[in-house]
Design a protein around this ligand. Structure first.
Ligand SMILES: Cc1ncc(C[n+]2csc(CCOP(=O)(O)OP(=O)(O)O)c2C)c(N)n1
Ligand code: SF4
Length: 305
């Protein structure tokens, strides 16, 4: 949302759901503030598509939105959905409160890699541990987009960012491994270059009781792509890369840099370094859910009185 990159033209939305959103209804158009080529528009489209196709009631799915470029996705959300902007990284605390206050609701969290794994890392761990019934969509663009392209916990080793002009030398956080260790019950990673699978995982998460984590790899061409080469992740091959300064180049790279979980089993650490392993990593519907367990204790306490 830099305002630096080229912008999408103003268009009338052809998507009925979007016409009931802030952007569509109020302005009669959806003039995205994302840079042209940003992956967030794709995610917004797929999100609204699932709601529309499955005729989901937006009232049942409050949106808790972290702080980052993706926050602007709120303008696509249906009028009837409750929308809460969280403090940076604190969306899990709000989702937990909503779930306890009204267990019929299913909170959906929009969060960035910086929001969930940087400043909100602690909250992320504990919502997974508690297995609170909610869906967490982590938009991983490998950078802090909104604040100008600083390195995030997910920035790939050897890549450049505004705060690592030579190279990033830190180890990156892996949202999937973190969620597995912390105890979330449905965990998957996919990219915007795999839209059908993304929708499939999202639907599965909406029907799952417990904490669902879906990490979505998405391009930030303005701050990540334009500083980095598409040979990133294939350094071991020694090839010369070219700058990823368009959405298309970034999506090509994301596709090439993703490895399906089943293929990854046959690859060594060098081959997997800096790559994104995609697929489903856990689906466990036997794990107790936090608000249900809380309700049992509440009932017991009321009976004893
Ligand atoms: C408490 C607090 N600290 C810092 C910030 C500044 N800040 C806003 S967005 C952001 C980075 C967001 O990065 P990410 O979650 O990866 O989302 P993106 O912008 O890349 O979509 C930061 C550091 C803030 N808003 N609040
Ligand atoms: S994530 Fe990057 S490409 Fe997308 S709107 Fe933000 S700065 Fe632009």
């Amino acid at each position: 949302m830099s305002g630096l990159g080229p912008r999408y033209p103003t268009e009338k939305p052809d998507h009925p759901y979007v016409q009931h959103s802030f952007g569509g209804f109020l302005f009669g158009s959806y003039n995205s503030l994302f840079c042209a080529g940003c992956g967030y528009g794709i995610i917004g489209h797929l999100f609204t598509r699932v709601f529309e196709d499955d005729k989901l009631d937006p009232l049942s799915f409050p949106l808790i939105i972290g702080i980052g470029c993706y926050t602007q996705l709120v303008t696509l959300a249906h009028h009837n959905s409750q929308k809460i902007f969280a403090l940076h990284g604190r969306a899990p605390a709000i989702a937990t409160g909503i779930k306890l206050a009204n267990p019929k609701l299913k909170p959906i969290i929009f969060t960035g890699d910086g929001d969930s794994l940087g400043i909100g890392g602690n909250h992320f761990i504990h919502i997974c541990r508690r297995n609170v019934d909610c869906v967490i969509l982590i938009f991983n663009n490998s950078i802090y987009g909104m604040t100008g392209g600083q390195g995030a916990p997910t920035t790939l080793y050897g890549s450049k960012s505004t705060t690592s002009t030579y190279k990033t030398f830190e180890n990156r956080s892996d949202a999937v491994k973190l969620a597995l260790a912390a105890g979330a019950s449905y965990i998957a990673r996919i990219t915007v270059a795999h839209p059908r699978t993304l929708m499939k995982y999202f639907r599965k998460a909406l029907n799952h009781k417990g904490t669902s984590i879906i990490e979505v790899i998405t391009p930030c061409l303005t701050y990540f792509g334009s500083k980095n080469l598409d040979s990133l992740g294939a350094e071991y091959l020694g090839i010369q890369g070219s700058k990823m300064d368009t959405g298309g180049k970034m999506i090509d790279w994301i596709k090439r840099n993703s490895v399906r979980k089943n293929q990854a089993r046959f690859m060594d650490d060098d081959e997997l370094f800096n790559r994104y392993i995609i697929g489903e990593f856990r689906y466990d519907n036997s794990k107790p859910e936090y608000s249900e367990e809380y309700a049992k204790i509440q009932k017991r306490a009321m009976e004893e009185d």
